[in-house]
Design a protein around this ligand. Structure first.
Ligand code: XBP
Ligand code: MG
Length: 256
């Protein structure tokens, strides 16, 4: 089956948003709400096991801050806190706080020129995706993506397959017509559960995670002058992830 579409995760894949973006926005929202919670860089690494900001706050209270006097309506409390965090995060992105990772714009541009279809499959809030795409690709960046599947649009977030299945259904695609791009174990589990061949670009938080079954694991998509370093798989001598390499990888992928 020929390659028709590239499906991208956002956080950690399109951009390194977690440590200096989401984490900082969570902490600012906590301070604004008069809470003394502080999510340090290592603690946030542990909290990343749980995808979704609202789910992450609840997990923090369940496992790391059990002393906290919970309000009667915890769900509403978390939702309000999370809304404030989203506003802060969006403002950070609009100020240009986070660039795209190396090779992302190059690959998106090459895919568009070749007529491939593009989509987003992420657990983050839709407003965050819009802000990132506009601040990095310009006003028309959103229109590059035929489908932007984000946040609570599906009942179960990654590692569940729901968000990828949603994209496949909306775009009327078979899993083997696509390649997904992920950075984390949770993301890779999600795309694998939807049977989509996946390329992994690791980052500081995910470089020691396990990616059995991935097409390729590299530290970044890379640029001609800034090649990736290969961590798992066979890159046939390519030094950055481009369509020629992706087509080769796809041919090697065993149909399951
Ligand atoms: C991303 C996430 C998100 C962000 C926060 O995971 O887990 O929760 O950290 O976003 P993935 P929200 O890259 O696997 O999609 O606060 O908007 O939920
Ligand atoms: Mg991710």
């Amino acid at each position: 089956m020929s390659l028709q579409a590239l499906l991208f995760d956002v956080d950690g894949t399109l951009a390194d948003t977690e440590r200096d973006g989401h984490r900082v926005a969570f902490n600012r929202a906590f301070a604004q709400a008069g809470l003394d919670w502080d999510w340090s860089v290592p603690l946030y690494g542990q909290l990343l096991q749980i995808t979704g900001g609202k789910e992450r706050i609840r997990h923090y209270l369940d496992c790391f801050n059990t002393q906290f006097q919970r309000p009667t309506n915890l769900e509403e409390f978390i939702a309000t806190l999370h809304k404030a965090k989203t506003a802060i995060y969006v403002e950070m992105l609009q100020g240009g706080a986070i660039p795209l990772r190396p090779g992302v714009k190059r690959l998106l541009t090459e895919a568009r020129q070749a007529g491939l279809r593009l989509a987003i499959a992420t657990t983050t809030t839709p407003d965050n995706v819009t802000a990132l795409l506009q601040s990095t690709l310009g006003q028309e960046g959103i229109s590059w993506f035929e489908c932007i599947a984000a946040g609570d649009v599906v009942p179960a977030k990654k590692p569940a397959a729901d968000i990828y299945r949603y994209v496949l259904q909306r775009m009327d695609l078979q899993p083997t017509q696509c390649i997904a791009f992920e950075d984390s174990e949770n993301g890779a589990k999600s795309s694998a559960a939807a049977r989509i061949p996946t390329v992994i670009t690791t980052n500081e938080y995910t470089r020691n995670q396990h990616f059995n079954g991935a097409l390729l694991v590299v530290d970044q998509l890379g640029e001609p002058q800034q090649p990736f370093s290969l961590k798992q798989g066979e890159a046939s001598g390519y030094r950055c992830v481009n369509l020629a390499l992706l087509r080769e990888l796809q041919l090697r992928y065993p149909v399951r």
